[in-house]
Design a protein around this ligand. Structure first.
Ligand SMILES: CC(=O)SCCNC(=O)CCNC(=O)[C@H](O)C(C)(C)COP(=O)(O)OP(=O)(O)OC[C@H]1O[C@@H](n2cnc3c(N)ncnc32)[C@H](O)[C@@H]1OP(=O)(O)O
Ligand SMILES: O=C([O-])CC(=O)C(=O)O
Length: 373
């Protein structure tokens, strides 16, 4: 056993998985052996979720059955539904999702089982419910209402309609669907690891997902996409390079750059950059795309860092009309497919995850009774 910890568990192989694989030097990502460049823009999010949770790209009838199961599984349950309004008043979006997923577990028909078939059903329900939770939360805080999801439409189409209040144009739906595909899984990222640690105690899927949501929320992980947009919005015209250089000189991190595993361009950023450019042109205002490009150049020149998945996702979601504080919740809609697949995989071949630690505290302390301290 190593007697020194690897800070942040960098380069530690913490689990075996058949779900996704990254070649960090070459900048490649695979879901169950399929190159992300082959899936992006071709597979739908529903096909991708099926691939991750059920082990294969579905044929037509398998996809129809899975989509039907998703449509049947959207009901958020009585407890979550009854509490959404109060939660929306008191909690920020990711906190609210953490609470609401926990509450939805109370009404899940398989809540007491972690058997493989129950896990498959719960994975589908959690994947179906997450976009609706985000949309209902947003409606509750804005005093709006959520149009009934149309079972003939994709998760991407329904979600954009629910959150923007407009029937989205077909290209916007394709782009958003591709975003969901790109964010679906990513080996032992922090939130997935958290989910697996929880699942490995033989705890249930909802508990593992609550751990994952709390972990995705932080700005070093999924929370970075919201911070990217806030930075873009805060920079006065013409000052991108100066602001970025000043921040780097002050040893501040620029959110949306750097990655533990990729030593070159994140392959998802390649797709997101193109989408941002397309949406900027289509909308007739390329301000945030141009600022992002400039930021990318300055960060690369100054620090040699590449954008990660969160960087161009920010301007893409903005151009799609998604409110900035829902960017990380949108990430969770997609990553739900991966998290749940990891819980299924962990339960299928389980051993408690319990690493060791290096003790760095005081030793040989002498006990003193309370009144003598
Ligand atoms: C979906 C996702 O989770 S993708 C990641 C989303 N997170 C972000 O975008 C937040 C910004 N990026 C980061 O904080 C980091 O790059 C992480 C958390 C993604 C990876 O972290 P680590 O592998 O632990 O790298 P670490 O934080 O130690 O950085 C290594 C060096 O690069 C620098 N660095 C890394 N990322 C950045 C950044 N975004 N801006 C400025 N400097 C950076 C660090 O300051 C450090 O420099 P030093 O050696 O001079 O101290
Ligand atoms: O893999 C990571 O550490 C973070 C990441 O890019 C993701 O979760 O998509």
């Amino acid at each position: 056993m190593a007697d020194k910890p690897t800070k942040g568990l960098a380069d530690v192989v913490a689990a075996s998985t058949a779900l996704s694989d990254i070649d960090g030097k070459a900048g490649r990502l695979f879901y169950r052996g399929y190159d992300i460049h082959d899936l992006a823009g071709r597979a739908t999010f529903e096909e991708t979720a099926h691939l991750l949770q059920r082990g294969k790209l579905p044929n037509r009838s398998e996809l129809d059955a899975y989509v039907d199961e998703l449509a049947q599984g959207r009901d958020l349950g009585a407890l979550a539904s009854a509490n959404i309004a109060e939660i929306a008043e008191k909690q920020k979006p990711m906190e609210a999702l953490r609470s609401l997923v926990s509450l939805s577990g109370a009404d899940d028909p398989d809540k007491d089982s972690i058997a493989p078939d129950a896990n498959l059903r719960k994975a589908a329900r959690l994947t179906a419910q997450q976009p609706l939770l985000v949309a209902r939360y947003h409606a509750a805080r804005t005093g709006g209402s959520v149009p009934e999801p149309d079972p003939s439409l994709s998760i991407a189409a329904n979600f954009l309609h629910e959150v923007t209040g407009r029937v989205p144009d077909p290209r916007a739906v394709e782009i958003f669907d591709e975003c969901l595909v790109l964010h679906a899984d990513h080996t032992m990222n922090a939130s997935t690891f958290a989910a697996r640690v929880c699942a490995a105690t033989l705890s249930d899927m909802h508990s593992a997902i609550v751990a994952a949501i709390g972990t995705l929320k932080g700005p070093l992980h999924g929370g970075a996409n919201e911070q990217v947009m806030k930075l873009l919005e805060s920079i006065p015209p013409g000052q991108v390079a100066q602001v970025v250089r000043d921040k780097l000189a002050a040893h501040e991190k620029i959110m949306g750059f750097g990655h533990r595993v990729y030593k070159t361009e994140d392959p998802r950023a390649t797709h997101l950059r193109k989408m941002s450019a397309e949406l900027a042109e289509a909308g007739g205002d390329d301000t945030y795309y141009r600022m992002s490009k400039e930021m990318e150049e300055v960060v690369f020149e100054t620090k040699g860092l590449y954008p990660n998945v969160d960087f161009y996702a920010a301007s893409v979601y903005h151009y799609l009309g998604i409110p900035t504080d829902l960017f990380t919740p949108v990430f969770s809609i997609s990553r739900m497919s991966g998290w749940t697949a990891h819980v299924i995989e962990q339960h299928a071949d389980n051993r408690l995850i319990r690493p060791d630690s290096e003790y760095i505290g005081e030793t040989d302390q002498k006990w003193k009774p309370l009144d003598e301290r």
